[in-house]
Design a binder for this molecule. Structure first.
Ligand code: HEM
Length: 406
């Protein structure tokens, strides 16, 4: 008989619920699935409950469903720590990715140094590159036929290219980086470890090079940056660069993929955008709200009450944005995707001190990708005989997304 997952002694029975970010049926790879709807259903239950097994490695965590309670967690960096080792643990080391795995006040020192780097002005300077790359990729797809697997042939290469441009790395290494990103984010432990080493080796080479030959790019900014009146150490530089690699690739590619997945299955919604292209930015916001991909996770630093549940120091607390973004208390008619929704303060980029640093860039990448797509691709659908597969996890996603515009 399978053993029951262990519930810690301090968790009362009425606080225990069933939800596994990786293994609940709707979270497993599912043809034509909708893991977002499954998470939104959690809002029919309590604002906070304990799921005995929910992380990738089978740990239990408190799940916070409502926007209000998620804000209480995510805005309180003193009571809920971001201490984790998502990257360095894969290579048997122990250092934080910066600034994501640091807590205030340490976090703020790095965050204020990094904020200008991804400001709307800096992002605007990258836009011509993003546009040219999107056009090149879409024209490439069209030259090859009337259907394409858009995650590997469009969304991922676009996101990786932008990252490379940002870092100042030539585009000729694009497919090598796409491979590393895929191994790091989607493969088993052995591939993840190998890919983590490759990424680090590469970044270390670049740090050395930019110290010798400064250029006008992100890596040069980092090697010249100061924190508390001293230059960053090589370790700090690589842990910042690693975070941009893991933070900005999967998320952007996934958002583009999920939008195309939705639009491919809803020709009337494509038409709405074709009839009124000016609503694209607000449509992108609405799709970010309806299909946000990330679940921020924290560790309680003290015993406390949250939503009537006893949280104990050391407990994991997770805040799926796909629940809070469908909270009816904040979003009228939350399961309707309304491209003209007003006052759309969705939670895709989280709340509080760790709110996404790359949100301006992410928005621009998604808008440009869809804008160029609509300008070049006629009405499109899921290719007959194929089935896109959705999956849950720390970052939700879709794969095998074969789109046909014949
Ligand atoms: C649609 C795309 C994106 C989504 C949905 C997204 C989502 C998020 C979320 C939810 C967080 C907070 C995590 C937490 O609190 O634990 C976050 C943080 C972060 N994101 Fe994004 N992100 C996206 C794109 C990007 C891009 C393009 C970049 C960089 C180029 C980026 C860089 C970062 C960084 C550096 C942090 C850490 C901020 C801090 O700790 O202060 N993200 N992102």
């Amino acid at each position: 008989m399978a053993s029951q997952p262990k519930v810690p002694d301090h968790v009362p029975a009425h606080c225990v619920g069933a939800f596994n970010l990786y293994k609940s049926p709707e979270m497993r790879p599912t043809p034509f699935g909708d893991p977002f709807a499954a998470v939104a259903k959690l809002l029919d239950g309590p604002a906070v409950f304990y799921a005995p097994e929910t992380t990738r490695d089978g740990q239990g965590a408190w799940i916070v469903t409502t926007a209000e309670e998620q804000r209480n967690v995510l805005q309180d960096g003193a009571s809920y720590s971001s201490y984790r080792r998502i990257f360095s643990s894969a290579i048997g080391e122990d250092w934080p990715v910066i600034p994501l795995e640091l807590d205030p006040p340490e976090h703020g020192k790095y965050r204020s140094m990094l904020n200008p780097l991804l400001s709307p002005k800096r992002v605007a300077a990258l836009e011509p590159f993003v546009t040219a790359k999107a056009v090149e990729l879409i024209e490439g797809l069209k030259a090859r036929g009337t259907s394409a697997e858009v995650m590997t042939e469009f969304a991922f290469p676009l996101a990786v290219s932008v990252f490379l441009a940002f870092l100042g790395i030539p585009d000729d290494r694009l497919m090598e980086f796409v491979g590393w990103a895929n191994e790091l984010l989607h493969m088993g432990p052995a591939e993840r470890t190998a890919a983590a080493h490759k990424v680090l080796n590469f970044l270390e080479g670049m740090i050395a090079q930019r110290k010798e030959e400064p250029a006008d790019d992100f890596m040069t900014f980092l090697v010249q940056a100061q924190v508390e009146g001293r230059p960053l150490t090589d370790q700090e530089i690589r842990s910042i660069a690693v975070l941009l690699f893991i933070g900005g690739l999967d998320t952007v590619a996934t958002a583009i993929g999920l939008d195309l997945y939705f639009l491919a299955r809803n020709p009337d919604r494509q038409q709405e955008l074709r009839d009124n292209p000016a609503i694209l930015p607000s449509a992108v916001e609405e799709m970010l709200r309806a299909f946000p991909s990330v679940t921020p996770i924290r560790t309680a630093t003290r015993d406390m009450d949250l939503g009537g549940c006893p949280i104990k120091k050391g407990d994991l607390v997770s805040c799926p944005s796909m629940a809070s973004s469908r909270d009816p208390a904040e979003f009228p008619d939350p399961n309707t995707i309304d491209f003209n929704r007003e006052d759309n303060r969705h939670t895709a980029f989280s709340y509080g001190p760790h709110r996404c640093l790359g949100s301006h860039l992410a928005r621009r990448e998604i808008i440009i990708a869809l804008n160029e797509w609509f300008a070049r691709i006629p009405p499109f659908r899921i290719k007959e005989g194929t089935a896109p597969v959705t999956f849950g996890g720390f970052v939700f996603g879709v794969e095998n997304l074969v789109i046909d515009w014949s």
